[in-house]
Design a protein around this ligand. Structure first.
Ligand SMILES: NC(=O)c1ccc[n+]([C@@H]2O[C@H](COP(=O)([O-])OP(=O)(O)OC[C@H]3O[C@@H](n4cnc5c(N)ncnc54)[C@H](O)[C@@H]3O)[C@@H](O)[C@H]2O)c1
Length: 310
């Protein structure tokens, strides 16, 4: 099979590409390095069946393939808030162009949506039927609303029979190939502890997140693509929930750092609680559920960053 991955230079893109290349597929990576790295693409270029095209997805493209994996979009708040109008364009126009390319080549499409479409949820844990609580004008809206509009495009192309667009709603995922400066909580905590500096905690650290190790997520992608028919949006994430204080303590334990925490004000619109209900994924994806729990996943991620910094 020939897979086109938009956003191949990013964290999930490179992990997905490696999985597919290991299975013997052809992979074309598309990226403009907006938030991804040339280093990730250099690694992929070692594979004979990998081809890279530098392209900005806000412009249309025509690339023959069997499957389009639409991942291009900055995912961490500092990256997507840096140029919010561009972020919105990437989500909407990038998804439109991915769908048009899939339609032209009769390809299946996987769209990387997000738990952010639930906003600051009023229902807990979040099932796919929950419609969300998003502030349309806040600093996170460029990402959240862009991703909501992208889902609408995917649903309409599917309803019209133009493309079979599979929607996965990804909850916080972490692991090797994250950027050490991406500003996401797991990398922040690991890098601060490795540098033996205080971990930054927003608010009182009681807000919770559930963290999925990347290999589990990628397995979910593969199973969604293998489904015989489109089942609508599917949550993928790890339902085990931790407070930021618990995460910080676990990172410090694994690294052996004992700096005091540095408490800072909560960012605007930061969700207080996030936890996927994965009943639907379990039902349709042959019992899929995360296998790698927090300590093991964090250890693998810490190992990656230690090797990177050698
Ligand atoms: N990692 C997570 O926890 C998570 C959670 C929910 C959703 N997602 C979604 O998964 C996808 C991948 O996320 P990630 O964590 O790998 O993020 P990332 O920032 O590491 O990767 C995104 C990639 O897209 C590329 N890109 C951005 N704008 C582009 C453009 N205009 N043209 C071409 N390439 C462009 C970037 O350069 C980068 O390589 C995103 O769509 C994100 O919204 C990720």
């Amino acid at each position: 099979m020939k897979y086109l991955i938009t956003g191949a230079a990013g964290f999930l893109g490179v992990n997905l590409a490696l999985r597919l290349l290991r299975e013997g597929h052809e992979v074309i990576g598309l990226d403009n390095y907006h938030s991804g790295t040339e280093k990730n693409i250099s690694l992929l270029k070692k594979w004979e069946k990998f081809k890279f095209i530098k392209h900005d997805v806000i412009n249309a493209y025509d690339i023959p393939c069997d499957v389009v994996c639409n991942l291009a979009c900055p995912a961490s708040p500092p990256h997507y808030q840096k140029d919010p109008i561009y972020t919105l364009k990437i989500s909407v126009l990038g998804t439109l162009h991915a769908l048009e390319n899939a339609e032209r080549h009769k390809a299946l499409l996987l769209h990387a949506s997000t738990s952010e479409i639930y906003g600051d949820p009023l229902v807990h844990p979040q099932t796919e039927s929950y419609l969300g609580n998003v502030n349309t004008t806040g600093p996170r809206a460029c990402y959240d609303e862009g991703k909501r509009a992208a889902e609408t495009l995917c649903a309409d192309f599917t309803r019209l029979g133009r493309v079979d667009a599979r929607l996965v709603r990804i909850f916080n995922t972490y692991g090797p190939f994250m950027r050490d400066d991406d500003g996401r909580v797991v990398t922040n905590f690991i890098i601060q502890s490795m540098n033996n500096t205080p971990i930054t905690i927003y608010g009182k650290g009681q807000q919770t997140r559930s963290f999925c190790f990347v290999d589990d997520l990628i397995e979910g992608f593969i199973r969604v693509l293998a489904l015989p028919s489109n089942q609508g949006p599917i949550n993928l994430g790890n339902p085990n929930e931790f407070t930021m204080l618990e995460l910080a303590a676990e990172v410090q334990r694994l690294i052996g750092s004992n700096q005091p925490f540095s408490f800072q004000p909560m960012p605007i619109d930061d969700p207080r609680q996030r936890q996927p209900d994965i009943t639907k994924a379990k039902k349709f994806l042959q019992g899929w559920e995360p296998k790698i729990q927090l300590s093991e996943g964090l250890s693998k991620t810490i190992e990656y960053f230690k090797n990177e910094n050698k």
